[in-house]
Design a protein around this ligand. Sequence first.
Ligand code: MG
Length: 455
Amino acid sequence: MAKFFGTNGVRGKFNELDPTLTLKLAQAIGTYFKFGKILVAGDCRLTGPTLNAAVISGLSSVGCEVIDLGIVSAPTAEFMIEKTKAAGCIIITASHNPPEWNALKVVDGKGVAVSKERGEEIEKLMLDSKIKLAEWNKVGKISKYELAVRDHIDAIKKVLSSEKIAKIKNNKIVLDCGNGAACTIAPKLFNELGLDVLTINSHMDGRFPGRPSEPTEANVKELIAAVKTAKADAGIAWDGDGDRVIFVDETGNYVIGDKVFALSIIWKLAAQKTNGERNNDIITTVATSKAAEEVAKKYGAKTRFTAIGAPYLCEEFVKKPGAIAGEEVGGVIWPEMSLAKDGFYTAAKMVEALSEKPLSKWLSEVPVYFNVKTKIEAFGDAKKQKIVARVLNCAKKNKLKFNQIDGVRIDFPDTSSWVIVRASGTENYVRFFAEAKTEQKAKELVEQYKKIATG
Ligand code: MG
């Protein structure tokens, strides 16, 4: 069991993920990547520069060449892996977490985020003291590269349709950068696309004074109001490192992550159909809305499911490529760009789609579902497993359709509702998540399975 690595990297407050631990982890990561060239990047959190110094020192001390990209978004850093032929990348960001948190997100040379299981291998190197300092004349070279944002913007512009972009020139959009890494790229990108850009929270501040960095509906009220006041065509908001994105349509409706993914599937598969491309599988986690699966089916595409967490999506992609991958919180992987969840390319594709019709009209193509989430406290793995096992037994006894890709997911015979029950890997909880055609039904399902699970 990994001690430090979670679903997506090593995360902690400053007294947990401190400079000493960070340095040791960086040495182990450098060793794991066989002393190759490693990119280092980070968001604008106040502890960022301190941890950046520790990461660079750790990598260089075992002999890795280090290229410091400075403060850039996670998708920008990940985009640079292939371009620089790096052996890996460490991004210092706690994503959507509050400002007192920070984390090391680790990505390999193929662009695949390092999972908990691979993290465990890295920890073994660290704990077994397999770290060897480089000879004094073999420490890794450290350099800076300051054009990563420029490169990323150019790559995005290159794959967008210039015809469609010409049609949306002067469309008005409001960007909420949440004072995070999105500030480094979003205003510039959309200005260069010729849009009339209004921004809020667009100066970097590692205390996130404008709003919490997770772009939930409650946290982007200011953006929703601004879209209405400005009579804008759309609003866009990112999380702290810019991999997740949400939209606001021209009527002020909040577009949740699940729907961002469903829309992305439509845009991607419609384009593939036009181009006559064949491989159209979509890849998503077992906690994603049926809406994604349904829109994919409309285009004749199959859905492949993985466990919850971005690394599993990437791993599945490398095993067998697909058209697009995504998770329910608004992270979408577009393989033409990289294996990163790229919130900027996703937003640019939305803006491109506005050349055909308004965002609210696009949304009417996405089937409506309601989700309800809850959790119960459970201390220790044995207790958690017992709770999940009760749900599994119930599914077997009642001959319900289920899978165990991550916890237990039951798909009900009405084909529109399902429930997933899974033990949290990092916290003392078992989580319940239900989806149905009505909110009432989703609520009932969650309550029903909570009862079954607690015996
Ligand atoms: Mg993020």
